[in-house]
Write a protein that binds this ligand. Sequence first.
Ligand code: FEO
Length: 171
Amino acid sequence: MIKQTLETALNQQINAEFYSANLYLSMAAWFSAANLPGFANWTRVQFEEEQFHALKFYDYLIQRQGKVLLMAQDAPPTTWESPLNVFQEIYKHEVKVTGLINALMDLAIKESDHAAGMMLQWFINEQVEEEANVDGIVQKLKLVKDNPTALFMMDQELATRVFVPPVAPAA
Ligand code: FEO
């Protein structure tokens, strides 16, 4: 059975992952309204990834005989200045999430919960990937600047992203 400290912290992370999901879906709606369906697709796929993250923590808490506690959600923002501004905000957000995951790992180590630490290792790797992917898009958008043709081509590229759930969860 999981310790109360970790149960509380993992419930907070479920909440944070659902907030991330809502944030990305709100961004997807903004991109759709801006006639950028590829960017809308990318952020919508990310919405699905964040739901997957939330459910991975949810399943883990249940597996460890913890009590799941869903919480009220803050509303995400609804408007941004530009595609570059959206992805700069995404990058900042993911860095914040990395900090949350690292704090969870610190707690698992403090509580000598090796099983939770192994589960969290998956998320630590995932955050490295997420930060790198988003930074790649930020850098491309900086090159695109106000060139509509380049933005159109990037939109087509982001339209190809599909959500593929990991086959072998680490938990
Ligand atoms: Fe759930 Fe984007 O990290």
